[in-house]
Design a binder for this molecule. Structure first.
Ligand code: CMC
Length: 431
């Protein structure tokens, strides 16, 4: 942690306490309150962690006001434009851009771990056919700890490394198989002569009865979706992975916890919810009614795919994703798709509405990724699994960083207790 001579003074009653301030390499200073309870006997209150830094990190930096997202210092638009997903995975995991040799070695290692233990097929088949692919992913990823015992010891750096590679490599296979099972088609095995994104598209869309040619523009767009979702600092699912891991749980269990958290509509589930909302809106004429509902304090409805906890001007991932969306729609000749027409009209209507401007609510990455995935032919239920497979590298990088941090402690928040004070048990006949 960067040391600094700066301090803050906190006065409670007639007592003053000096709190150290840590200065990051970039971003706001951080008040160190670790000794607050032992010295002053008070807790801090911050539901949703809106003002709390829970860890040290060197992986990702976000400036929400300026719309900046850096991975290991590199801006997301440069990575999305010039790099590709597996190179970004290397960067997130190891902290530097790989040399040609390092990248080749990394890609080989990932490629050689894409197959699943054959017995895992039985595990997939145990789910109901109509199971949501995210439900299958939570279960199957958690079950990896039962199939890959030799990479569950978190105290062994080699096992940690193998678990990381396995998770990144197998996640596309797991997501694609969850989809295949869901639609009743045979599982398609990974092919090691294809790049990461092409392999995923093939495992999702190929059938044994026909040849499948991967369209390079779609594969590039897929790779971009993976890249743009690769990591996002201490968001809810990443914090969940860190919290699960803080107790010493194995990596597969921790990533399964992250997937479960991602599923919610306020987080990774927003891409599915957004497309479902667009379908419900139906045609552009209905947009004013939905905008009015989103603004009505008595209506819980929110415009899905709009707003972000951290980005308050624009989401830099959304800017890149929007360009990708335009290309994909043109390529597929689906510019006239009614859902996409509604999406464009909604984007324009919300951006022109003072409510959204005042509250700094802009389309986020999930608004545009949903549009691309819809155009590619993915059902909405696959949107969040695709987010989960992309984010796996972020979760893993943060998990590894945490295990190497000497300040790592079991996560144990405190509370503002507002319940009953102590009272005596009342026998049932006297209640
Ligand atoms: N539609 C209408 N009003 C909204 C929306 C929305 N999508 N988002 C926020 N608001 C309003 C909210 O009602 C509140 O108004 P007021 O100040 O009058 O009470 C104000 O804006 C601030 O909202 P908040 O809920 O306090 O903000 P938050 O930082 O806790 O929530 C959010 C961020 C992303 C959960 C929220 O904007 C939201 O629910 N958006 C829709 C879901 C979504 O698209 N999520 C994906 C996020 S990007 C992918 C990811 O990283 O997971």
């Amino acid at each position: 942690m960067a040391d600094s001579k700066k301090t803050a003074n906190l006065t409670i009653g007639d007592q003053s306490y000096e709190l150290p301030i840590h200065s990051p390499t970039v971003g706001p200073d951080v008040l160190d309150i670790r000794k607050l309870y032992s010295q002053a006997g008070v807790f801090t209150y911050d539901p949703g962690f809106t003002s709390t830094a829970a860890c040290n990190s060197t992986i990702t930096y976000i400036d929400g006001e300026e719309g900046i997202l850096l991975h290991r210092g590199y801006p997301i638009d440069q990575l999305a434009g010039k790099s590709h997903y597996l190179e970004v995975c290397f960067l997130l995991l190891y902290g530097h851009l790989p040399t040609g040799k390092e990248l080749e070695d990394f890609e080989n290692r990932v490629t050689n771990h894409t197959m699943l233990h054959e017995q895992m097929q039985h595990f997939f088949r145990g789910f109901r056919r109509d199971a949501h692919p995210m439900a299958i992913m939570v279960g199957v990823v958690g079950a990896m700890s039962a199939f890959y015992h030799d990479s569950t010891d978190i105290n062994d750096p080699w096992q940690r490394e193998v678990a990381s590679i396995r998770l990144i490599a197998k996640m596309p296979t797991i997501a694609a198989w969850a989809y295949k099972y869901h639609i009743g088609q045979p599982f398609v095995y990974p092919r090691n002569d294809l790049d990461y994104a092409s392999n995923f598209l093939r495992m999702c869309f190929a059938v044994p009865a026909e040849e499948y040619e991967v369209n390079p523009i779609l594969s590039r767009a897929m790779d971009r979706i993976f890249t743009l979702h690769a990591d996002h600092e201490q968001n809810a699912s990443t914090s969940t992975v860190r919290l699960a891991s803080s107790s010493g749980a194995n990596p597969f269990a921790c990533i399964a916890a992250g997937i479960a958290c991602l599923w919610g509509q306020a987080h990774g589930g927003a891409n599915q919810a957004c497309l479902e909302m667009l379908k419900e809106i139906g045609t552009p004429e209905n947009i004013p009614e939905y905008i009015a509902r989103a603004k009505d304090k008595n209506d819980p409805f929110r415009l899905m795919g709009f707003g972000h906890r951290v980005y308050k001007n624009f989401d830099p991932r959304a800017t890149v994703m929007k360009q990708s969306a335009d290309k994909v729609l043109e390529l597929l000749g689906v510019e006239n798709n009614p859902i996409l027409a509604t999406a464009k009209a909604l984007e324009e209507a919300a951006l022109a509405d003072p409510y959204f401007a005042e509250k700094k609510l802009f389309p986020n990455v999930d608004f545009y990724s949903g549009i691309i995935l819809e155009a590619m032919g993915f059902p909405t239920s696959m949107f969040t699994p695709i987010f989960a497979l992309s984010r796996t590298v972020g979760w893993i990088s943060q998990w590894k960083e945490m295990l190497d941090d000497p300040q790592n402690k079991i996560g144990r928040p405190r509370q503002l207790y507002r319940g009953e004070t102590e009272r005596d048990y009342v026998d049932i006949e006297n209640r």
